[in-house]
Design a protein around this ligand. Structure first.
Ligand SMILES: NC(=O)NC1=NC(=O)NC1=O
Length: 245
């Protein structure tokens, strides 16, 4: 079983963090193709950076399809390029935000999301509604730590995320929490033990869902929404990357 684990930003340290989180939960014999785009943005914290990252996601999904990857995981909480990737792919394509929301909805009545920068709150809110979880989301909050500072000891990320999680449980009524960044993937178990409630990391949830879909022999539907894109004469990057599907 080969799973295409894509970090949509270009930071090798985050790719390694994501790889380790996936390795900790994947079944024996599962191979992970842990990659990031050759060009793009070192972290994704804005609509512009999300748009930039989408091209790298498309490149890596096409590469994974050619290698016979049996599922693709987009390991950024904005799920950048998810719908385009599903149009291009035969294999299932799973975004860590959508995966986390499905997992959390099986564990409690209401989940809250704790994410990085306040400016990305609207992005997470959009995904909650897009995926149909508005009735299950108690709230979304940010710790205002930049993605690439999450592993900087000076940021006190663990303590600040813990406090935001505690507030979500006490003030928003959340009984389950979701970590709103792939860079937090190494914190969920420690936080869950400290808080006494489930804390869901999207990377590990996506790996579990990917394995399940592969074992059930399920793949992306190619009717209607995610049918292959119409054949057109693209130019430039698109012609070099997409035309020879
Ligand atoms: N909420 C976020 O900032 N998410 C993320 N930005 C990244 O670069 N990776 C993420 O998971």
């Amino acid at each position: 079983m080969l799973i295409n684990l894509i970090n949509p930003n270009t930071s090798p340290g985050m790719t390694e963090c994501i790889h380790q989180a996936a390795l900790a939960v994947c079944s024996h014999g599962v191979q992970l193709r842990s990659v990031h785009p050759t060009q793009g943005t070192p972290s994704i914290e804005s609509y512009l950076e999300e748009a930039i990252a989408t091209t790298g996601v498309i490149e890596q999904v096409i590469a994974g399809e050619k290698l016979g990857c049996q599922a693709h995981i987009l390991a950024c909480f904005g799920d950048p390029g998810l719908d385009a990737a599903r149009e291009l792919a035969q294999a299932p394509v799973i975004g860590i935000a959508e995966a986390a929301m499905h997992s959390a909805s099986l564990l409690g009545h209401k989940f809250s999301i704790v994410t990085t920068l306040s400016r990305t709150l609207a992005m997470s809110e959009h995904l909650v509604h897009k995926y149909g979880f508005a009735q299950r989301c108690a709230g979304i909050s940010a710790v205002d730590i930049a993605v690439l500072d999450l592993h900087n000891p000076a940021s006190q990320a663990y303590e600040r995320i813990l406090k935001a999680c505690q507030q979500a449980v006490e003030e928003q009524g959340a009984d389950t929490l979701i970590l709103g960044c792939a860079g937090m993937a190494d914190l969920n178990q420690r936080l869950s033990q400290a808080l006494g409630v489930p804390v869901v990391d999207g990377v590990s949830s996506a790996v579990g869902l990917a394995e399940m879909l592969i074992r059930c022999g399920l793949s992306t539907s190619k009717r209607h929404a995610y049918a292959l894109p119409p054949q057109k004469c693209y130019t430039g990057w698109a012609a070099e990357t997409i035309n020879p599907i």
